[in-house]
Design a protein around this ligand. Structure first.
Ligand code: ATP
Ligand code: MG
Length: 173
């Protein structure tokens, strides 16, 4: 599907804020208001829902603090990056290599419920579209977990890096 990644993310944050994160603060960091991409809308929706709901569920560290969730978009002619960070409990070092395995849960989750399936779904949603997902190091502001999903920029847009309408190409050649 051809979609504007920036408004897609904005809408998804708005929906998840209402359903799960009304006590959380959300920020969207983006170089501009428009990034036209060709991605499967359903897969992207599942991917973002799982990353953002994790960020909500595992933040903040203490109940009397506020959970912060940041979505950061960046892109160039070849790649699109979507980074989701939070200020929550973070991922213990010994868990980092297993985090994308189905049913794996780290040992610092305490009573926070989960089945350990979300991130394996995120990985599949990324890979099915030629993308990757990696765990990234915490920052001072977002000292919890951070994930970056990277997609290759669609061929149709590589011909047209200025984000204009896609160039029509013959089908089946
Ligand atoms: P569910 O299947 O409901 O998503 P889950 O959240 O436990 O359950 P995953 O989303 O696959 O499963 O995440 C796997 C594990 O990775 C979690 O159990 C948790 O230990 C860790 N994890 C994932 N995201 C975060 C996060 N934002 N902060 C801290 N730990 C996280
Ligand atoms: Mg999850």
């Amino acid at each position: 599907t051809k979609l504007n990644l920036v408004s897609f993310c904005q809408e998804q944050i708005t929906l998840l804020k209402v359903s799960l994160g009304h006590n959380h603060q959300f920020t969207l960091t983006t170089p501009s208001n428009q990034c036209i991409v060709f991605l499967d809308e359903q897969l992207l929706w599942h991917l973002l829902t799982n990353l953002i709901s994790n960020a909500i569920k595992y933040s903040p560290i203490h109940p009397d603090q506020t959970g912060h969730v940041n979505l950061e978009l960046s892109w160039d002619a070849g790649k699109i990056n979507i980074t989701v960070r939070d200020n929550g409990i973070g991922i213990p070092r010994e868990a980092t290599s297993k985090i994308f395995e189905p049913f794996y849960r780290a040992n610092n989750t305490g009573t926070i419920p989960g089945t350990g399936l979300g991130l394996s779904l995120v990985k599949q949603c990324a890979e099915r579209q030629g993308g990757t997902v990696i765990l990234i190091p915490p920052t001072e502001q977002f000292h919890g977990a951070g994930f970056t999903v990277t997609f290759p920029r669609d061929q149709r847009l590589r011909l047209n890096p200025a984000d204009g309408p896609p160039v029509a190409r013959p089908i089946g050649q």
